[in-house]
Design a protein around this ligand. Structure first.
Ligand code: HEM
Length: 408
């Protein structure tokens, strides 16, 4: 039987949303069932899926589309605000706002070049970048894992993969973090970040177009596809944008959080030290996903999820952080169990056709960085518990503002 919509939805963000690694609000939403409506910032009604099975299914459900233009008739989806659409729209149609054949065509360009196998020969580059950064920190007493280690590492790695200068990459990713943050798109800083980002992306593409092709980087692959007319110019520009938007913050959070967990949890540290860093990194991803929610999807037609009716045009997101602690799948999901194994994995990289294109890049960085950090600074300790860290970000990336560490 279909349940009626429960009473007026409550705001998603409450007083302690930013004061806890795992906000109480996520727990309340899970307790109230696998699907619940809330008010996202901007008072946008939003269906939130907290159950693992329901979330997994929704992420592959073709009735939930990402492109608002795929909604029939006048269904507006977002309470008639273009806010979330604008954020992912930097420069045009791209992976996170297209569906079906268009999405598959775009995904086919970079997908093979970001697969685990394709990245195997990048490990020496990541290892060298980690070493340079650790050498630079050698004389420091205190550092911030976010800004002194994880962020510069991620910038170097993404700049090299993409084939752009490090300072240009850092500037573009700073714009991304602002655009993906909680501020309203009408604010002047947001408008100028949007413009700066659009110009930077267009320039990355046009500069490379006038250089010799054949370099072993993602920009060359994108420009190659443009020359071969597999994609249009705006799609090429947006594709660079989707890589930068996707990569700007989540790998930073993963590296910082995984290092921090190794400093405060003996089992986690032991798992890293005993050669199972892959398991430890997966548990860090499950326990503290760098992206709390999937991106937006809209109901193309009325549908039902776990007995709850979703109307045509309604916005739906999966609360990945809650699905990753669903007790039906992860026993003791609130605890860190670094050698956790089981048939169902976490949803931190999503699922289905929009599964994160950069998962292998993020895993590679964390798997190299965490053991190297512990080897170099064996007596490092957190200045304050992770529980006392302030977090920022609401719907997309959710990251610690800083993670201070005393190195010796
Ligand atoms: C720990 C790090 C990362 C996490 C947790 C993460 C998380 C996610 C999630 C949850 C999605 C799916 C969104 C949805 O279905 O609604 C996604 C998509 C995506 N991610 Fe990541 N991401 C990470 C790193 C990266 C990196 C390093 C890149 C680029 C190199 C990247 C590029 C993308 C792109 C392009 C998509 C869109 C894929 C599509 O729609 O087909 N991500 N990411």
């Amino acid at each position: 039987m279909t349940a009626e919509h429960p009473g007026a939805p409550a705001p998603l963000v409450d007083a302690n949303y930013h004061a806890r690694p795992y906000p109480d609000r996520f727990r309340e939403l899970s307790r109230s069932g696998p699907v619940r409506q809330v008010l996202a910032p901007g008072d946008i009604p939003l269906w939130v899926i907290t159950g693992h099975a329901e979330g997994r299914a929704a992420l592959s459900d073709e009735r939930l589309v990402k492109d608002p233009f795929n909604l029939p008739g006048t269904a507006a989806g977002l309470g008639r605000t273009r806010w979330p659409e604008d954020v992912t729209l930097v420069s045009g149609r791209q992976l996170l706002n297209t569906d079906g054949e268009t999405h598959a065509r775009l995904r086919g360009v970079l997908g093979p070049h970001l697969a685990t196998r394709a990245l195997m020969d990048k490990r020496p580059m990541v290892t060298a970048a980690v070493k340079v950064l650790l050498d630079r920190l050698a004389d420091e007493e205190h550092i911030d894992l976010v800004t002194d280690f994880a962020e510069p590492l991620n910038t170097v790695v993404i700049a090299r993969l993409l084939g752009v200068a490090e300072d240009a990459c850092a500037a573009a990713m700073a714009c991304c973090r602002l655009l993906l943050g909680p501020r309203h798109p009408e604010e002047p800083e947001m408008r100028s970040a949007y413009l700066e980002m659009s110009e930077a992306l267009a320039e990355f593409v046009s500069v490379r177009e006038h250089e010799d092709a054949g370099d072993d980087d993602l920009l060359s692959v994108i420009v190659g596809a443009l020359r071969a007319r597999r994609i249009r110019r705006r799609e090429a520009v947006s594709m660079v944008g989707s890589v930068l938007l996707g990569a700007s913050s989540p790998p930073v959070t993963l590296i910082a959080v995984a290092c921090a967990l190794a400093l405060c949890d003996q089992d986690f540290r032991f798992t890293v030290a005993s050669g199972s860093v892959e398991c430890a990194v997966e548990e860090a991803l499950r326990y503290q996903p760098p992206v709390s929610f999937s991106s937006w999807r809209f109901a193309r037609e009325p549908l039902e999820i776990a007995g709850t009716r979703i109307d045509r045009g309604d916005a739906v997101m999966v609360l990945l952080a809650a699905a990753n602690r669903d007790p039906r799948v992860f026993a003791g999901g609130d605890r860190i169990v670094p050698d956790r194994s089981g048939p169902a994995g976490h949803l931190s990289f999503g699922q289905g056709p929009h599964y994160c294109m950069g998962a292998a890049v993020a895993r590679l960085q964390a798997q190299v960085a965490v053991p190297a950090f512990l080897d170099r600074f064996p007596t490092a300790r957190l200045v304050r518990p992770l529980e006392e860290t302030v977090w920022e970000g609401v719907l997309g990336d959710r990251r610690p503002v800083s993670v201070e560490v005393a190195l010796r």
